[in-house]
Design a protein around this ligand. Structure first.
Ligand SMILES: Cc1ncc(COP(=O)(O)O)c(C=O)c1O
Length: 292
């Protein structure tokens, strides 16, 4: 924060920052596995695209951002981490101004131990996914879902529904009845032997890309296209992708059971391969920790 590495509990943001009062912020999260960032350049490229889309200027290039993240994670000592980078609109330099061009944008980052969007124990027992009923995903022409953002009102409402119904998490439909994504993940279905994932109205997850890359390598056909809810019911398997856990098999969506109620063979294989890929030198940016 402001160029210094400090304990998370000591980090402060002003209450009048537009990042707080207007959710006027973009962010990204890169995973650290076994002492290295995974696909760091891809996460930073997406973060920079998100900033361009929201017209943020933090005065740092990709190399500056990588250096800040590396210094922070090295100091934290964390070998497996959830490493977030954030650009906030800031406060107007002219007090009282309502013009976003007057705001001094700023950057900060934070790292905590690795986060699983669904706990591994829950996945092993069979994770259940709820399709949001009362809330649709905010339209892509209202908030750009490809610019990673903190507009989570729709997801939070969906999570209340899911939790109250006894489900682990939620996926939201768009206004045309197509599946989109959920809080922290993209959605996949295995339909007629093909791996299908929604292409519009979603963040293009780096894990989603890794899944598509793995499928290409092992010769599994993929389709990125609209996925209407009624097609999901014909799927053999359903799974999620996230930097918080890789490939996450789902055994139940609403009242429908998939893959006989156990993680499906394709999802299980992709999950194993995802972890293998995090060990590939070409995708790793090793971190030099002060204690070696
Ligand atoms: C809304 C949303 N969709 C998808 C994802 C998955 O993206 P990634 O694989 O880059 O973590 C996330 C990650 O946090 C997300 O917040």
């Amino acid at each position: 924060m402001d160029g210094a590495v400090i304990p998370v509990a000591e980090a402060r943001i002003g209450v009048t920052d537009w990042g707080v009062t207007h959710s006027d912020t973009v962010y990204d999260v890169v995973p650290v596995r076994d002492g290295a960032f995974f696909r760091l350049a891809d996460y930073i490229a997406r973060f920079r695209d998100s900033m361009d889309s929201g017209r943020f200027d933090i005065g740092m290039d990709g190399r500056d951002i990588a250096a800040a993240l590396t210094a922070m994670v090295a100091r934290s000592g964390l070998r497996d981490a959830y490493c977030a980078m954030v650009a906030m609109r800031g406060v107007p330099q002219l007090p009282g101004s309502r013009d976003p061009r007057d705001c001094k944008n700023h950057f900060y980052a934070w790292a905590v131990p690795y986060v699983h969007v669904i706990r591994p124990e829950t996945l092993a027992q069979g994770a259940k996914l709820w399709v949001g009923k009362g809330m649709r995903r905010i339209p892509a022409d209202s908030v750009n879902p490809r610019a990673k953002n903190y507009h989570w009102g729709d997801f939070t409402a969906g999570l209340f529904e899911a939790k109250e119904a006894g489900f682990e998490t939620v996926v939201l439909l768009d206004h045309a009845g197509n599946l989109t994504e959920g809080p922290g993940f993209n959605l996949f279905a295995l339909i007629g032997g093909k791996v299908v994932t929604p292409d519009t109205g979603v963040l293009h997850g780096v894990t989603r890309r890794t899944v598509l890359d793995i499928c290409a390598e092992i010769g599994l056909d993929c389709e990125t296209r609209a996925l209407p809810l009624d097609q999901l019911w014909t799927a053999d398997e359903v799974f999620l992708s996230s930097s918080g856990g890789g490939v996450l098999p789902i055994v139940q969506v609403d009242d429908r059971i998939f893959a006989n109620g156990a993680p499906g063979p394709v999802a299980a294989r992709l999950s194993r391969l995802y972890w293998d890929w995090t060990a590939r030198a070409q995708y790793r940016t090793e971190i030099a920790y002060p204690d070696g």
